[in-house]
Structures are given as C-alpha cells and as structure tokens.
Design a protein around this ligand. Structure first.
Ligand code: F6P
Length: 564
C-alpha cells in the first residue's frame, strides 16, 4: 500500500462557508441551557454518544443542534476526514520533519490484514516483533528469571525519561497501580534537578533495582544526566554491598540497565548492551509513545496482559475515530466543540477533571499531549495561523479541585469548558459503615456539571431567604459548558480508550487550525540557551558580561548565594 501524500497548504478555516455561518449563528444563538433543555426533551439523548466503552454526554455544552451541523460542515470543508485517513495510512503529515505519524499502528492487532507497509517498512511486523521482545523481557523480570548482578530478584523498576518518555508511563502506572505484581514497583525520575534522582533512589537497594533509560532521541540532557547519576549510585552501592570489582562493572550495567530508544547506536555509546535495548521509530511522537516500547516499565510491573488490554483499548477508539459516522464520532465532535469554545466563545483554557484519584496524573499527561501538539502560531505550510489556536489544558482530580479552583469555573468572568470523567464501579472495596462512599463521590460528579449548566437564579436565591447584596454573590449564572465522560470501570482498556480519545481530539483541532500537531520546535530555543549559558553559570565573568542585564543579574545572584 502506498501512503497518500498530504496537501501542501492547509485550508484556512476562516475562508470556509461554515466559518462565516458559524459567526452569524454565534451572534443569533440565544437562550440558555435551562431553556434549551426545557424546549427539547431529546437534547440529552441527541448529544450523547457511545465510543467503545465510553459514554459521552455533550449536551451541557453551549451548542444548538445547528451549531454541531455547522461544525461538522467545517470539518468537511477543511478536510478532517481526508487528513485522518492520511494519518492512519502513513502519509508524511508531520511536514516539518517529513515523517509519517503512525502511533495508531502501535496498537493494531497482530495479523491485521492487509498489513500496513509504509515507506518500505512492514510496520505491523516490526511493531509486534518489538512487543514480543518487550513482553519476553517483562516476563523474565516478573518470574525472577532476570535477576540483579548478585542474583537477587528485581523489586523496583526505575524509569528515567522526561516528557513523553515519562508522563505517559507515570500516568498509566498511577492509574493502574492496583494491577502491579506483588513485590514489584515502578518509580520515575524525570527532572534534571538532582533532588529527583536522589529522592527516588535513596531508599532503594541497588541489588534489586532495574533501570530503564527511556529516550526517543537518547540525546535529552535531563535523561542522560539522570542516567549517569543513577549509574553512579548503582555502581557505588554494588561496590559497597556486594564487593563489586572494577571488572564486574560492565556486567552490572548489563544486568541492571536497559534502554528504550529510536537511536540504538547512542544507547550502545552510553554503555548499555544493545541486546538490552528496545527500539521504536521516528514516526512515533514522544507524546504519543506510551503505547510503544516506552511502555516497557508498564509491561514489566503491570504485566504484558495488562499492556495488551491497554493497547486493545487504544485500538477500539482508533476504530471508532476511523469508522464512526461524523454525527456520532466522539473525538471528532469533541475536537470541534473545542474549536467552537476557543474560536467563537473565546475560551482560553480547558479543564479536565477526573473523578478518580487513580487518574491524578491524567491532566499533566494531557498538558503535553495537547499543548506541545497545538501550541503553535504557524501552520503546516509555514504560514501564520489565521485564528487563535491551542488552549491551555489543566486540571486536578475531583473532588479536590472543588475546594480549590471550582469557584472560578462557577462564578468567574471567563468561559472555562471542562471535561468531567467518572467510572460507575470503583477499583477499591472501601465503605464507610453502610455508606457507599463511591456513591457520595459520584453525587459530586453529577452535581457539579448540573450546577455549572443550570446555575441558580436570583429568584431561587431569594426563595431560600437570602436578601440584599448577598443575592448577587450567591447567584450562579449557569451556561458554563461541560462534557461528561463515563465508563463502567477504569480498566486498562478503558484507559487506552481515554488516551486515544484525547489524541484524536487534539488531531481534529490541529487539522481545523492547519497546524502540524506532531512537531515541537518551540522547546528548542530554551534547550539551546541552557547549553550556551554553561560558562556563565559556572562563573565565567566574560560570559556573564555578554548576557542581557536581567539574565546576568540573576546569574550573579545565584553565584553569590549558592552554598560553597
Ligand atoms: O520537550 C521536547 C521533547 O522532545 C518531547 O517532545 C519529548 O517527549 C521529550 O522532549 C523527551 O524526549 P526524548 O524521549 O527524546 O528524551
């Protein structure tokens, strides 16, 4: 199969008929969610769709049926479906890096027919070959066949990575922690602040610790620095605990260090045996890589079966996105609603509020996925974006956020669209006497979107006995847009579905705005400057004098105040 080529210029959304109609429609749209629900008993049903195991209620968004029709027309006019098909087929839609974008291929089931062959590579074969190697390694660690240098069983797997080589693995591990094998835990080091490596390793036994160095490029300063720090910690510990000799050091590295990367030559340069390295490919973006070998820590601690279920969940959502009719296509609809919120309702941020403590890292994960993807002012042909683009994603698990920032969502002056996520059955057996605490928890989930949508009028406030200036303070305007996402339970498959849902939402927004959602040039300047500042930070006066006055002043402050 030959991948189709991508159009060189994006279609400017503001030049489409749909955009003009949306602008007019926005001005004409009146009423409120209260009125719309009262007038249309079918509204909830009309705007609720199932995608794999996810049940998604879009009815509390500030849209009329006509809004959705026009947004779908916009998607047709800018060619979302064509670009989606190009992505799945392996076209080089990552134009600035001239690469295919094939994270969806990482979760195609073995033996899919016809096989996906792109740029001469049999993608399915390579993906499953690597998966087998990862699973084989994971099984060895889990069974105790793979031990540390001194023959002790591995008890802790430390993943060293940053960005996509960290956020996805941490988030999934935290979400599915109850499935970790007894006696095996994962830990994560990402920050170049050495506190991270120190705090993570200080209570570990080097004899029972296995380190995974995860880096797509194997050039990332943070990861390589941390890998060296931990290598030193490990060798020092083994020398002390197990009288390791200098000759045995290489053997110790081989037993305690594995790597995941697309740059296997660099892995070897670092001293890790290439047979202990798992590869992936340049067509997997870092923030889209948790389902590649970057998930080795997950396959090891949570198990290959769990990882397979996770992949199956991703694939179920891919299938939905690729085949569901536009009117019921949840990632398409949610992506378009985000465009509506950003470009027509002037939303600048978007909250993601999981009512599951296990998903406490999900908002942070989504920040990289969404903001590194769509935080751009330039389109894929190099021209300037013609609209506002990527919104700020943020969030915390409910109910914690309710006691922190929900005040602003309920009564602030800004539009803050929010996604609420909850599960019918919890992953714990706890009860408070006869009280089902999960019920109490979910009552909060239901109550919040209800309050945000329908608010409380001044009359209702007065009817409760409040008078005078307090009435305004206790009034809730309502009409604050939310989406509710529910699933039966937080299983590995459901988690895979959720991640893929947001990947595709991000993609849809990117296509409408004409953005290449798969590069990240915006992180380069800071990296370059950090390297260039090395001499100044080390105290070289000439180098400091070459800096701008503010930077020079801050460096001097550091040099004067650091402990000697
Ligand atoms: O921050 C830029 C970035 O390239 C991310 O896109 C990536 O996930 C992260 O750095 C880590 O990169 P690597 O996996 O190559 O170490």
């Amino acid at each position: 199969m030959t991948a189709p080529t991508s159009p060189t210029a994006p279609i400017d959304p503001t030049t489409t008929d749909a955009w003009a109609e949306l602008e007019a429609h926005h001005l004409e749209l009146d009423g409120s969610l209260r009125e719309w629900f009262a007038a249309d008993p079918q509204r909830a049903e009309r705007f609720t769709h199932d995608a794999a195991d996810l049940h998604v209620d879009l009815s509390k968004n500030l849209v009329a049926p006509r809004t959705v029709e026009l947004l779908l027309q916009l998607a047709r006019e800018v060619g979302v479906q064509e670009r989606r098909d190009e992505m799945f087929a392996g076209a080089h839609i990552n134009t600035t890096e001239d690469r295919a974008v094939l994270h969806t291929a990482l979760r195609r089931p073995a033996g899919s027919s016809p096989a996906l062959v792109v740029d001469g590579q049999n993608i399915d074969e390579d993906v499953h070959k690597t998966l087998h190697r990862v699973f084989d390694f994971a099984d060895q660690v889990r069974s105790g066949a793979w031990t540390g240098m001194t023959g002790k069983r591995i008890e802790t797997v430390v993943n060293i990575g940053i960005g996509g080589s960290d956020l996805g693995p941490v988030m999934v591990y935290e979400a599915l922690k109850p499935l970790a094998q007894d006696g095996l835990e994962a830990r994560f080091i990402s920050n170049i602040d050495p506190t991270d490596a120190f705090a993570t390793t200080q209570d570990l036994d080097p004899e029972t610790t296995l380190v995974i160095v995860a880096s797509k490029t194997f050039t990332t300063l943070e990861t390589l620095t941390n890998a060296r720090l931990v290598r030193q910690w490990l060798l020092t510990g083994l020398r002390e605990n197990a009288a390791l000799t200098a000759e045995q050091e290489q053997e110790a590295i081989a037993q305690h260090f594995v790597a995941v990367s697309t740059a296997l030559d660099k892995v070897a340069d670092f001293g890790i045996d290439p047979k202990n390295a798992f590869g992936f490919w340049d067509w997997v973006g870092g923030r889209y890589s948790v389902d590649s070998a970057i998930g080795t820590v997950l396959a090891t601690v949570l198990g290959p079966d769990t990882f397979e279920e996770l992949l199956a969940g991703f694939h179920a959502m891919d299938e939905h996105f690729a085949t569901a009719p536009a009117e019921q296509n949840v990632p398409l609809l949610m992506g378009l609603l985000n465009v509506w919120n950003v470009n027509f309702l002037d939303a600048e941020t978007h909250a993601v509020l999981p009512y599951s403590q296990y998903l406490h890292c999900f908002p942070a994960y989504l920040q990289q996925l969404t903001m590194e993807s769509n935080g751009k002012a330039v389109r894929w042909d190099g021209s300037l974006a013609t609209t506002e683009t990527g919104e700020v994603f943020w969030g915390e698990p409910g109910t914690n956020g309710q006691h922190a920032f929900y005040q602003l969502i309920h009564q602030g002056t800004r539009v803050i669209p929010a996604d609420f996520i909850a599960f019918a059955t919890p992953n714990h057996p706890l009860k408070d006497g006869d009280q089902d605490v999960h019920e109490l928890f979910l009552a909060n989930f239901f109550a919040q979107t209800k309050a945000l949508a329908f608010g409380k009028t001044a009359e209702e406030v007065r009817a409760e006995g409040t008078e005078g200036s307090l009435v305004a303070a206790r009034e809730f305007s309502g009409d604050r847009p939310t989406t509710s996402i529910m699933a039966p339970q937080l299983t590995p498959s459901v988690l895979g579905q959720l991640i893929a849902l947001y990947e595709h939402i991000t993609f849809v927004q990117g296509v409408v705005w004409g953005i290449n959602s798969f590069d990240q040039w915006g992180v380069e300047l800071g990296k370059q400057l950090a390297k260039d500042l090395g001499e100044a930070v080390a105290g070289d006066e000439t180098a400091i004098a070459d800096e701008d006055a503010s930077t020079a002043g801050l460096i001097r402050y550091y040099l004067e105040h650091r402990a000697q």
